[in-house]
Design a protein around this ligand. Sequence first.
Ligand code: RM4
Ligand code: MN
Length: 383
Amino acid sequence: MTLDELNDFTVEVPSWAYGNSGTRFKVFARPGVPRDPYEKISDAAQVHRLTGLAPRVSLHIPWDVVDDWNDLRAHAEKLGVRIGAINSNLFQEDDYRLGSLCHPDPAIRRKAVDHHLRCLDVMRQTGSTDLKIWLPDGLNYPGQDSLRGRQDRLAESLRTIYDATDDDHRILLEYKFFEPHFYSMDIPDWGTSLLHCLALGDKATVVLDTGHHAPGTNIEFIVMQLLRVNKLGAFDFNSRFYADDDLIVGSADPFQLFRIMSEIVSVGAHRPESKVNFMLDQCHNIEEKIPGQIRSVLNVEQALAKALLVDQGALATAQREGDVLGANAVLMDAYETDVRATLADRREERGLPRDPVAAFAASGYADTVAAARVGGTQAGWGA
Ligand code: RM4
Ligand code: MN
């Protein structure tokens, strides 16, 4: 495949990457951080302006609630981006102490379901088609609740949400093996997510957050397996070395990202027709946020570019002939190719800066917003 395959490839950025963040103990504030969803989208639009790669912004509800969704949508479109996936939030209410969609009390489950119905309304008003559900629910202690009962309640809650979706809506169901609950998460793994998605129907697919696996997990195997059954709906890209998922994708383990993208490319799933939504789920806790996002989307593009360079014919031949070292060498040749200058040339041809990070620094945007965004309350986790 040629690098022309990159032409239609996009990455979705998360609104929460532009707000303050940190650990569960400390949120770090920075000058110029957005105070509302409008300012978050303005910052996200910088990433697209300089890379041409990031035309959508995911929102988190209620963090990004505004009075007039049409107005927010128009603001985004004026800046050349649009609203992407809508993320529900089930982890910041007293009522959810024992869970949300799995809670033993039907009234709490109803509240959590209703939250998703409101998210579907936000999707209708913003033009979004993806509802992403990440469940913080789980158990701390054996016997605390019925493991099976919680799955049954989850299935019922998800069914109600699914039945309220429009034809063009998708549900993206996320899994995570740890945190907040190490004893038992209610959706700990891709198998559990997949089972619920299969039960729900065609519009439900799995979202794979690269940070939500045990160290050493072969993530590209999961990617391959979900693609086989047409159930890979999206990625949440990040690097997992911050306990959760909040660091720059491809920073610590670019080879893993390459291996993931190789599985994607081998079945053409990088193309828009595949409907795989390549999203970031990151925060920038100690580094500058907009350059952190720029670096992230470039890392994803770079990994995809290298995966596109894999000589599929030579790989198939080596595999068929049992040429173990030869097959591995085909992959490594692609991975070891330095594509940075080629990608810079491509950007230049399309009227984009060769070095988007340097262009952002030179633009003066960070100083401008730091001077302008004085007063009000900065957006953040509120921890
Ligand atoms: C969760 C999960 C979700 C994200 C939140 C902010 O750990 O990864 O995808 O929406 O964090
Ligand atoms: Mn995630």
